[in-house]
Write a protein that binds this ligand. Structure first.
Ligand code: ADP
Ligand code: MG
Length: 924
């Protein structure tokens, strides 16, 4: 091992990262209070990060998208454990193997009495450093980042017994000053997080021998890691997640985890120093002040701004890792592991070392996928998290080797650059919830207003009517009164005139008597003039009265007009009210429209999620599943296709979310989509059903819900090759079950599959159909129908496609069929020549008995053995050259059971024995 590569030639000081001294320099002096110095560090930190390099280059996270990323090198501090009692005694005569120079941030590793190597770290913590100080130096900046929405990692690395668990996991129940990083970090998080808007939850895991166990629920045995295909985020959806509201419940949780860890380790006969403990703290915070598009003031609701911005949530994660002891396992020697176990125990740790080396050297390939630990820590090294590593060392010169390798690990880790990226996203769900509430409020408010408005209109209208009626009545009364008055006046005037006239007449008569008929003209004239004069006075009076009457009639008419115009005014007011009503209705419709849009968007997201989940689920299932009896990885050929069509980069399974979505959408809905108008939707639905059918636990439900019938129908009606392939794949999976096989038969499935087989060209389609028929071939009850409906012919016809996967399925079908036949003949229920031979399968069987592809060969070999067991087939088999193949199998087949079977069969058939004797072939 050469440490010189880490040393700077002149001073013997290693320089791991060029920027480390300028960038990360919390000045610690015993006098300055630690919290203030911490503050200055954080400020420094953020000024350093405000000069962000907006960079898309980087290590692992190189293809990360749009948003700003901040460069953040992995920080490494070293902590020295004080001598323990044993070391006090045994190393009494020796100096410590390390010497710390905290003010220079240097560590000297003694080589011998006169020479030492010097290394520089971001922080150097002596044996006197308090737990508080260690927390503030190592973890607090990370915790602050997590609260700001970044992922964070705090990890302890070092030999067993050097204080990793002491530093991270102490609960400080005897002395609160002893509290470790886990507890202090949670306390800081809980102080900052708001109980109403934020959510803090934890899971606690143990990783041992590449198996992840849930320390909060030990029955949760083998938890799998899931990667988000879009952003590469890793998660462990199977792990128990517990919400934390106060430090006390967190302490209880850690104690529970510790108890489970102890129990698990006892059971597995291991020690906790061999396993990694991983605490994950999930912090979900809503970002305030940015979702102001909806406001509600004084109880009145207004919609401001037309574009609705969903609120933003930050979902960050703090991972605290207490690694297994870094010493080499064979050294302790006490555990009696086999070599395999030892390799597996160390696998994660050595993979971590390899990744860190690769990252430190900027190597193009970082072997992240080599272990579960490196997969879990993908974001911590070379990813987007702020990471702080504490390496722990002991003072004893006896462990100098381990101490030195620990130091080297730390030095390399200092070269790892992360690109910090804030973990925030739009919270569509809460926006939709909010909009729903607002909409309901608006609807209620609208209804209220409408009611008030209608009441008001009604009131005004009835008042107006009342007033009009009143005025009309008054007018009529007044008119009547006036009329009566004038009539009376008139009558009186007439009466007066008549009286006067009578008096005048009388006077006139007397004068006539007096004057006599020969009176002079003057007298006559004056006598005639006087009644004329008084009559004209009367006329003038009448005229005046008449004028008066006309005037008052006009006044009444004006009053009438005024009332009329008042009426039109009210009518106008009513119309305006109606317009307002229309406007409110329109607003309501807009709202509804907006809601519908959001719902569409939501359902689109759900659909996409469903697709991702089903892809992911399928991939993982195909990986998990063995090949026995099933159509070998029957759907993995679909997966890339679905991926191409839909979403790229699906990763491992997401069983939980799949199951959830399946529950949500409902099987009947999915099945009903098989008959959708839109061809795309149909194809899509078949794929989903096919994926579901691949899971045995779903099969019964699918068949019960009529899925098998739907699949057969779509196979019949569709001309689309993809649909054929996917539907046949689904049928093949359903056809593994005996009851379903009979169902397929009774629904005309055999002839349908046979027909599809003759038309299909794509090898994958043929493989699915051959797989389905092969499954049917294994059912004793279906032999006759299979032949009658052309199943055997179709199976044999598919060998026209030379694809080995198709041939393997054909061979499997033939073997299944031959097996059923031989069973029937040994039970005496059948006594005629094999249908396979009758249908002309023998030449192909003989030709492929020694096929180089082992799945084909094995099945054909088995088929031959089964055929040969029945004497009626012997003559044909000898003629067709099958005897030679049987002899070969009995001698050369690598599988002993087949070899023995062939051998037994040869010996028990009189025809074969006779032929072999005839040809003088020794067959003992
Ligand atoms: P690891 O987890 O690395 O195997 P532990 O944390 O279990 O190591 O520590 C081993 C022993 O050393 C424990 O008894 C612990 O109390 C003690 N120890 C570790 N670090 C310190 C320290 N800084 N001060 C005092 N005792 C310590
Ligand atoms: Mg420990």
């Amino acid at each position: 091992m050469s440490s010189s590569s880490f040393r700077n030639g002149s001073g013997g000081v290693s320089r791991a990262g060029a920027m480390k001294i300028e960038n990360y320099n919390p000045k610690y002096s015993p006098s300055s209070s630690s919290s203030s110095s911490f503050k200055s560090k954080v400020q420094q930190h953020s000024t350093a990060s405000s000069g962000f390099r907006r960079s898309s280059s980087g290590s692992l996270g190189s293809s990360r998208d749009d948003s700003a990323v901040v460069s953040g090198r992995v920080r490494v501090a070293v902590r020295l454990r004080p001598r323990n009692a044993e070391e006090m005694v045994e190393d009494a005569d020796f100096a410590d193997c390390v010497e710390l120079q905290p003010e220079l941030k240097r560590l000297k590793l003694r080589k011998n009495n006169w020479d030492s190597d010097t290394f520089e770290f971001d922080d150097v913590l002596t044996e006197f450093a308090s737990q508080k100080r260690v927390y503030e130096v190592v973890a607090k900046p990370v915790v602050e980042s997590v609260l700001d929405g970044y992922n964070g990692t705090v990890m302890a690395y070092g030999q067993t017994g050097t204080g990793k668990t002491y530093t991270l996991g102490r609960l400080g129940q005897e002395d609160t000053a002893d509290r470790g990083i886990m507890l202090r970090a949670m306390e800081d998080i809980l102080v900052e997080a708001s109980p109403e808007n934020d959510l803090v939850s934890v899971s606690y895991l143990q990783l041992y021998m590449e198996t992840i166990q849930d320390l909060l629920n030990p029955s949760n045995g083998n938890i799998s890691i899931v990667e988000d295909p879009k952003n590469g985020d890793v998660s462990v959806p199977g792990a128990t997640l517990v919400e934390i509201r106060d430090p006390k419940s967190f302490v209880e949780l850690l104690q529970l985890g510790e108890a489970h860890r102890y129990a698990a380790n006892t059971k597995l006969n291991t020690e906790s120093s061999r396993s990694h403990a991983i605490l994950m703290v999930h912090v979900k915070r809503s970002v305030k002040g940015r979702n102001s598009s909806l406001s509600s003031e004084n109880g009145s609701i207004t919609l401001t701004g037309k574009t609705l911005k969903p609120p933003i949530v930050r979902k960050s994660k703090l991972v605290i890792v207490d690694l297994a002891g870094s010493e080499r396992i064979d050294k302790s020697g006490s555990e009696g592991h086999t070599l395999e176990e030892a390799k597996s125990i160390n696998l994660s740790l050595s993979a971590l070392g390899k990744c860190i080396n690769a990252l430190a050297e900027n190597s193009a390939h970082v072997p992240v996928r080599d272990s579960k630990l490196t997969r879990l820590l993908r974001d911590s090294f070379g990813g987007t998290a702020r990471t702080s590593l504490l390496i722990t060392v002991g003072p004893s010169p006896r462990h100098r080797g381990e101490t030195s390798s620990t130091i080297m690990f730390g030095q390399r880790a200092m070269k790892v650059e992360n690109m910090l990226k804030i973990k925030e996203e739009f919270d569509y769900k809460s926006l939709s919830r909010k909009l729903d509430i607002q909409l309901d409020k608006l609807i209620a408010e609208h209804e209220r207003r409408q009611k008030v408005f209608q009441d008001e209109i009604g009131r005004i209208a009835s008042e107006a009517q009342k007033r009009v009626a009143e005025v009309e009545q008054n007018y009529a009364d007044a008119l009547e009164l006036e009329k009566l008055k004038y009539e009376k006046d008139y009558m009186e005037s007439v009466k007066k005139l008549e009286e006067q006239w009578a008096i005048k007449q009388e006077k006139h008569g007397q004068q006539k008597v007096k004057v006599g008929p020969s009176e002079n003209g003057i007298d006559q004239r004056s006598n005639a003039e006087s009644p004329m004069l008084s009559a004209s006075g009367e006329v003038a009076e009448i005229k005046k009265k008449f004028q008066n009457e006309t005037l008052s009639r006009k006044a009444a008419e004006a009053e009438n007009d005024r009332l009329k115009s008042e009426l039109t005014h009210w009518k106008k007011a009513e119309a305006a009210g109606n317009a307002e009503l229309v406007k409110l209705r329109k607003m309501l419709e807009d709202q509804a429209c907006q809601k519908a849009k959001l719902e569409d968007e939501l359902s689109l997201l759900q659909r996409q999620l469903l697709q991702i989940s089903s892809d992911a689920d399928e991939t993982s299932k195909n990986l998990d599943r063995g090949l026995n009896g099933r159509v070998p990885s029957s759907l993995d050929s679909l997966v890339p296709q679905i991926k191409n069509e839909q979403l790229r980069d699906t990763g491992d399974g997401e069983r939980a979310s799949m199951a959830k979505l399946f529950e949500q959408v409902g099987l009947h809905k999915i099945l009903s989509l098989l008959e959708a108008e839109d061809a795309d939707v149909r194809i899509h639905a078949v794929k989903v059903v096919a994926n579901l059918a691949a899971e045995e636990s779903n099969q019964e439900r699918i068949v019960e819900a009529g899925g098998l019938t739907s699949l057969l129908t779509i196979l019949k009606s569709s001309n689309d090759e993809t649909v054929h392939r996917v539907a046949a794949g689904a049928i093949a999976n359903l056809a593994m079950n005996e009851l379903n096989q009979e169902l397929i038969m009774s629904r005309g499935g055999i002839s349908l599959l046979s027909l599809t087989a003759t038309r299909a060209e794509d090898p994958q389609t043929l493989r699915m159909i051959a797989g389905a028929i092969a499954n049917l071939c294994g059912n004793d009850k279906l032999q006759a129908e299979l032949r009658a409906e052309g199943g055997i012919k179709a199976l044999l016809g598919m060998v026209r496609c030379r694809h080995p996967d198709v041939l393997a399925q054909v061979a499997r079908g033939i073997a299944n069929f031959a097996k059923c036949e031989s069973r029937a003949s040994s039970q005496g229920t059948k006594n005629r020549k094999s249908i396979l031979i009758e249908d002309g399968a023998l030449p192909w069987i003989v030709l492929n008995a020694n096929n180089e592809a082992s799945p084909i060969r094995r099945h054909v070999e088995l088929a031959l053995c089964h055929l040969a067991q029945h004497e009626v087939n012997a003559k044909e088999m000898i003629g067709g050259g099958a005897l030679w193949e049987l002899v070969r199998i009995s001698r050369d087949c690598s599988r002993e059971d087949i070899r023995t079977l062939a051998h037994k069969t040869l010996k028990s058939s009189p025809s074969f024995v006779a032929e072999l004797n005839r040809l003088r072939i020794d067959h003992g």
